[in-house]
Every structure is written in structure tokens, then in C-alpha cells.
Design a protein around this ligand. Structure first.
Ligand code: ATP
Ligand code: MG
Length: 580
């Protein structure tokens, strides 16, 4: 059965082929018509109340990418109007992530909180124009008076306060004379509007909370809808690109700017990124962190930029992913396999190959002298000969992967078995002659083998073939390491679809992290530095953990397996399109 995600994928593959999208078309028409003197100025407007995730990366690539493509500018603007959840830690993390993704905002770092005084003045102007009033209904009453989708709302009894009284109350709200919730400033629009957003939306609320930037200067804070359009206007943004859920807010965006008669950017909505097997909402990501389901925002299982970075993702792979998924006007779900495909494609080109054994099984080569050792030449990257070769030591005692041996193998098992010969990568053919078991448990603890010195380098001069090639490390030279293997964070394709009475955390994958403490790696990895990336032959791409790894105790994260389900989807898609 085809999943929603894989069907959407095919569409996305098609879209990626055309370099244009509807936003570019709008911009190109604007340039042609010399709107804004042909200027293109965008912004990326995060609220510093959490770390950035892969959905934000889509918005970053889009906003900074468009500015670059049309010789324009893109601002980094913090939309920091809700002091209860915003911190400087988040501000710094956001900067680090945007920069790491490869984008630069130069001196254009702005904060909505820096506009508080100006926004207050704008609010006063609206009051003076009879377009805003102070309402003293309780929050519950305001909700009740708002009406529903099918029923219009009703006017507040405070709606007809005089301009003078409104000005006076608004000043006193600012001066701190009232408690939270006692009054709000509302736009005076239309309580019968079919668009609920337009039913006298709140512009300011009282909040006696310190702001991480403005401190205790303010105890009233402007709402998002009031702040966002005016911040765009103040900064001379030409195209204010936001996600689809703000489509219904556009009417208010336009209303505020039109009544204040200020410069009026154009709001354009696009579909947010939804990724399968994970969640992309700060509210939910915070829950995962706070409830201890993950070790932090940068846990390598998190869909955050910092999590992906720690997992071993490259900025190039993420940018490439964002280009591939394209920009659409309808919400859809992208299969996480596409993200994995993008990182695999990038790491395949750039990473050196090495050998590491995750679950070691001891192998003794009986006809190899005790005190002998030799070095064999191994290719660093078959995709890129310029990466050269390295030496790998070989000796009498080796480790191979436990799963590369079966005592009683089924037909299609081509690896090592009693009496069978296989190739050790870059080394020799070996043949298993005996199996040693733990007398108590019956577990296989050691294999006794012989090797054929004539097969040095991996080929038999007599032309005899073997079906399996195994990776291995020399026991004496091996570097011990911890390796962390990851799987999807959620077992459900869309954990946002929650069954009645359940919570999204019900769908967490209990096996999303597997820690292997006793791995053995080839000695060239002794010098691997935090963040460096490798392909462990046959096992996937791995990187040195940037937090927990030390020179004495290496820790590796598996970024992604080698097996590529996405390539299969692509192939079948190409086949389907040829067939048509
Ligand atoms: P979340 O839903 O995760 O809390 P948000 O929209 O509240 O996200 P903001 O900090 O306000 O987070 O987002 C900054 C910008 O990133 C906004 O312009 C927003 O539209 C965009 N953005 C957020 N999530 C996504 C997503 N999943 N796909 C594309 N763009 C996104
Ligand atoms: Mg938001």
C-alpha cells in the first residue's frame, strides 16, 4: 500500500524539476512591474521560544534563497512579543543554526521588541482614528462574545468608549495600573465578520512579565498580528512570506497597514513542511525535551537543526532537501526517507570509508603466526580517487560482525559459516574450521579460521570465487568505541494524528536509540575529531558525537544506514513516468 508520504514524494520530485514556484512568479511579476522599485527584501522571523527545526530550515532557505536569487536582502528578525517563553539562549541558538545552514544577515539583525515604542505610537494612532478601543470584559467573556464559525459575535459593552477614555486607559495600562487580563486593547472592526480573526482582534494585552531584552520597561505587549505587519513595514520588507495557517490573518495584516497608511508589504503564504515519523512544532518538541523523552534539543533523534547537525547531517544536504521538496500552496507530508536520501547522497561523495565492527565476534587465524602483523592497503573513497588510500593492520586475532556468521545458515546467507570461505575486505580469504561456544550459555564466542596467504589484497590467483566479503578489524589494533544507532523518533507516520484519549507521545518509538558499548574500530579512527564523518563499510554513515566523545572514549552516532529505500521510490517513479 502506498503511503500518503510516498505519493506526495512523487509530486515533489516532479516539482523539483521546475526551478520556478508560485512565489518566484509573483516576485518576477513585481520586478517587471517595477513594484517597490524592483526591490526584493524578505525576512526570516523566528520567535525565540525554542530551537529551530527542519521546517524552519525550509523557511530560511526560501527567504534567504529568494533574496540571493533576486539580488535582494533578507533580515533576521526575532518576533519576540511574548516574554513568558522567550530567552537569550534561544536567540543565540537560532543565530548559530542559520549561520551553520550557510546564510548571512550581515547587520540586518532586528527585534520586534526594539519597535515597542513605535508600535505603541501606532496603537495610539488607531485609537485616535476611532479604530481601536480598550475592552474591559474578562478573557472568558471576550471568548464568549466572539461567536463561532456559524454564529456572528456580539459587541462588547465597552466598544463605544470615547477616544479620550480609551487614550487614558491605554496610557494607564502601560503605566502598570492594572493587573493581567483586566483590560486589552482591541481593533474596532466587525464582530459579525465571517472571518473570526477580524472580530475585534486583541492588539495589546497586559502581562507583568520581564522581557529578556526590554526588561521591565513594558507591562503591555503587542500581539503577533499587530506586530508582524508593522515590523515588516518598518523594515521595508517587500514580500512577507509565511506559512499557510496565516492565510486568514492576511485580512488583518492588510487592515492594520491600510488604516495606519504606512508602507504595505505583501503577505504570501506557502505550505509548511510536515515530515513523516516526527513532529515539527516547538510546543511538541519542548514537551519531548522537558518530559525527558530525548536528552535535549540537540538529541540526534530530534528534527531540530542542532539535532540533525549532531547526528551528522551537513548543511548542504539540508539545503538540497529544502530545494527538492519545493514550495507549494497545499499542505502535504514529506517522507523522512527523502531527507535520509539527501544526506546519503552528500556523504557518499565526501566521506572516507573505514572499517568498524559494531557487535564483535572474535576470529583466530590459526595458520597466521602469533607475532606477525602486516599492513594492507585500503581505498578511502571509491567515488573519489583523489582521497587516496590508507594502511589497515592485519594480525592473527580479528573481529568480525556477529551477524556475519551463522552456524547453520539458510540458503541465501553468503557470509561465513562452518567450512565456508569468504573474503576479508582488502585482506585475505579465510575459511572457518571450528566454532567455540561458551559451555554455559551455548553462545558462539570465537571462530577458528585459516587464511590463504596467496589471496592477499582480496583475490585468489587460481581464480576461485567467494560469495561474501566481510569487514573486520585487527583485535590488537582496534580502537574501542561506543556507537549509537538511531531509528525514527515515532513509529506512526503522522504522530500529529492522535487517537481519542491519547497523546502524541504514545507513538514514540521505544527503539529509537540503541547504544552499543563494545564496538571495535580500525586504528585510523583514533584521531577522529568531534563532528567528523565516515562511512563504516556496509553499516552506514557515522560521525563523532560533538558532545559526549572524548579522545579516550570515542562516541559515534550513526547518521543514516546505507540501505536506500528512497532510491527505490525514485526509480519506480521514473519507471512509472516512462511507462505513461
Ligand atoms: P512552530 O509551529 O514549530 O512553533 P512557529 O511558526 O511558531 O513554529 P516561528 O518561530 O514563528 O515558529 O517560525 C519562524 C518562521 O518559520 C515563520 O515564518 C514560520 O512560518 C516558519 N515555519 C515554522 N514552521 C515551519 C514549517 N514546518 N515549515 C515551513 N516553515 C515553517
Ligand atoms: Mg509562530
Amino acid at each position: 500500500m502506498k503511503t500518503e508520504a510516498s505519493n506526495n514524494q512523487k509530486k515533489n520530485v516532479k516539482e523539483a524539476k521546475s526551478s520556478s514556484n508560485f512565489i518566484k512568479q509573483i516576485i518576477e511579476e513585481d520586478i517587471k512591474a517595477n513594484k517597490n522599485e524592483g526591490r526584493v527584501h524578505t525576512r526570516f522571523p523566528p520567535e525565540p521560544n525554542g530551537y529551530l527545526h527542519i521546517g524552519h530550515a525550509k523557511s530560511i532557505c526560501l527567504n534567504f534563497g529568494l533574496a540571493k536569487e533576486y539580488n535582494g536582502l533578507c533580515n533576521l528578525r526575532y518576533d519576540d512579543t511574548d516574554p513568558s517563553k522567550e530567552t537569550i539562549e534561544y536567540v543565540e541558538a537560532i543565530k548559530e543554526d542559520v549561520r551553520w545552514l550557510g546564510f548571512e544577515w550581515e547587520d540586518r539583525e532586528y527585534y520586534a521588541s526594539d519597535y515597542f515604542e513605535q508600535l505603541f505610537e501606532y496603537a495610539v494612532q488607531l485609537i485616535k482614528a476611532g479604530k481601536a478601543y480598550v475592552d474591559s470584559l474578562s478573557p472568558e467573556e471576550i471568548r464568549e462574545y466572539r461567536g463561532t464559525l456559524t454564529e456572528s459575535g456580539k459587541n462588547s459593552s465597552y466598544r463605544e468608549r470615547s477616544i479620550q477614555e480609551n487614550l487614558d486607559l491605554f496610557e494607564r495600562m502601560r503605566a502598570g495600573e492594572f493587573k493581567d487580563g483586566e483590560h486589552v486593547l482591541r481593533a474596532k472592526i466587525d464582530m459579525a465578520s465571517p472571518n473570526i480573526i477580524m472580530r475585534d482582534p486583541t492588539l495589546y494585552r497586559i502581562k507583568h512579565v520581564s522581557h529578556y531584552r526590554s526588561g521591565d520597561m513594558w507591562c503591555i505587549y503587542p500581539m503577533y498580528d499587530f506586530t508582524h505587519c508593522l515590523s515588516d513595514s518598518i523594515e521595508g520588507i517587500t514580500h512577507s512570506i509565511c506559512t499557510l495557517e496565516f492565510e486568514i490573518n492576511r485580512e488583518l495584516y492588510d487592515w492594520v497597514l491600510d488604516w495606519l497608511e504606512v508602507y504595505h508589504p505583501q503577505q504570501i503564504e506557502f505550505a509548511r513542511l510536515n515530515l513523516s515519523h516526527t513532529v515539527l512544532s516547538k510546543r511538541k518538541l519542548i514537551r519531548l525535551v522537558e518530559d525527558g523523552h530525548v536528552t535535549g534539543w540537540d538529541d540526534p533523534r530530534m528534527p531540530t537543526i542542532s539535532g540533525l547537525r549532531r547526528r551528522g547531517y551537513t548543511p548542504e544536504a539540508i539545503r538540497n532537501f529544502c530545494n527538492r521538496i519545493g514550495v507549494a500552496k497545499a499542505d502535504s507530508m514529506v517522507d523522512i526517507a527523502l531527507l535520509e536520501y539527501c544526506i546519503r547522497e552528500d556523504l557518499n561523495k565526501r566521506t572516507p570509508r573505514v572499517m568498524g565492527v559494531l557487535r564483535p565476534l572474535k576470529v583466530v587465524i590459526e595458520n597466521y603466526p602469533e607475532d606477525k602483523e602486516e599492513e594492507l592497503e585500503a581505498i578511502n573513497n571509491p567515488e573519489d580517487p583523489s582521497m587516496g588510500t590508507r594502511k589497515v593492520p592485519f594480525s592473527r586475532v580479528l573481529y568480525i560482525e556477529q551477524e556475519d556468521f551463522m552456524e547453520d545458515p539458510p540458503k541465501k546467507f553468503f557470509r561465513l559459516a562452518p567450512g565456508r570461505e569468504v573474503r576479508l575486505r582488502y585482506a585475505f580469504f579465510i575459511k572457518c574450521i571450528d566454532v567455540i561456544k561458551d559451555p554455559d550459555t551455548g553462545d558462539i564466542i570465537e571462530l577458528r579460521c585459516t587464511y590463504d596467504p596467496a589471496t592477499r589484497g582480496g583475490d585468489a590467483p587460481d581464480g576461485r570465487k567467494v560469495k561474501g566479503t566481510l569487514h573486520w578489524v585487527s583485535a590488537k589494533h582496534a580502537i574501542p568505541s561506543e556507537v549509537r544507532l538511531y531509528d525514527h523518533l515515532f513509529v506512526k507516520e503522522n504522530p500529529n494524528e492522535v487517537e481519542e484519549g491519547k497523546d502524541f507521545s504514545t507513538y514514540l518509538n521505544p527503539n529509537s536509540l540503541k547504544t552499543l558499548k563494545d564496538c571495535k574500530l580500525e586504528p585510523s579512527l583514533a584521531k577522529a575529531t568531534p563532528g567528523s564523518r565516515f562511512q563504516f563499510e556496509r553499516l552506514g554513515y557515522f560521525c563523532v558525537d560533538s558532545k559526549d566523545s572524548t579522545a579516550k572514549a570515542l562516541v559515534f552516532n550513526r547518521t543514516v544506514k546505507l540501505r536506500d529505500t528512497w532510491a527505490k521510490i525514485l526509480k519506480s517513479h521514473q519507471k512509472n513516468t516512462v511507462d505513461k
